[in-house]
Design a protein around this ligand. Structure first.
Ligand SMILES: [Zn+2]
Length: 250
């Protein structure tokens, strides 16, 4: 059907835009999925694998890492990336499987999770510990409550995830100004925390795209949670890491 022209509609005015105006979010830039950690409590089972993909609230981490994610989003969009967030607000209730599905459906070039360890008890200072970058490894697994083991098998995704994680490790260490370690699995059985048994973060296991999972210390000096300066440091390092690992063509 041929569309009709509504002659009463105002003409589009384009002459006022300066030639150097920022383009709107790129139509062709790489797709990056940003996953701010945690959700208000949600009980969920992933329909494909049967894994328990529930999530839980953790404050002030949940709100702090959402703020960090928004900073990363702004930087990447300004530099020509198409960014998809797994949450639109800090309080969005999203299961771990839904987060992985966002990245899978977007065919993301890279997904990154953002976490930290904040709190009055059990919190870790931003400058002194818990700064870890995790990549996907073939053989990583989680178990269903029925005892079925779901194992990560995609060698190409694992290889790219590892090469990106190495970039994140070195870039974060430089820009955040502290030691950052690199791990191909969680380093312990998550079943010991009452989570589904296994050694791989659920979002990374359920993802079909490369996924880098970031942890950090969550308490800025003298405070519970991350202050604005440390949020900006964490975000700047994550954005710079993405730009090295998945460069834009422009
Ligand atoms: Zn977390």
């Amino acid at each position: 059907m041929v569309p009709t022209v509504d002659s009463t509609a105002p003409a589009l005015v384009t002459s006022s835009a300066p030639p150097s105006a920022q383009p709107s979010p790129a139509a062709d830039g790489p797709v990056i999925v940003i996953d701010p950690g945690h959700s208000p409590s949600i009980a969920s089972t992933d329909p494909t694998t049967g894994l328990n993909d529930s999530d839980y609230e953790n404050e002030p981490e949940m709100r702090d890492v959402f703020s960090v994610a928004v900073l990363v989003q702004s930087k990447l969009q300004a530099d020509g990336y198409r960014v998809v967030m797994t949450k639109n607000t800090a309080a969005d209730r999203v299961s771990l499987g839904q987060r992985a599905a966002v990245a899978n459906n977007a065919h993301a070039a890279l997904a990154l999770s953002i976490h930290d360890q904040a709190g009055a008890n059990g919190g870790i200072a931003f400058n002194t510990g818990n700064n870890i970058v995790y990549y996907q490894s073939v053989g990583g697994y989680r178990d269903t409550s029925a005892g079925r083991r779901i194992t990560f098998t995609n060698g190409a995704v694992a290889a790219f995830s590892k090469s990106c994680a190495e970039v994140f490790q070195s870039t974060r260490a430089t820009l955040e100004g502290h030691t950052v370690s690199l791990q191909g699995d969680t380093g312990y059985d998550l079943g010991s925390r009452g989570l589904p048994a296994g050694n791989m973060w659920m979002v990374q296991l359920l993802s079909q795209v490369p996924w880098v999972y970031n942890e950090a210390g969550g308490n800025s000096a003298g405070t519970v949670g991350l202050n604005t300066g440390d949020q900006q440091r964490y975000a700047g390092a994550l954005a710079a890491s993405v730009e090295k690992c998945v460069p834009t063509t422009r």
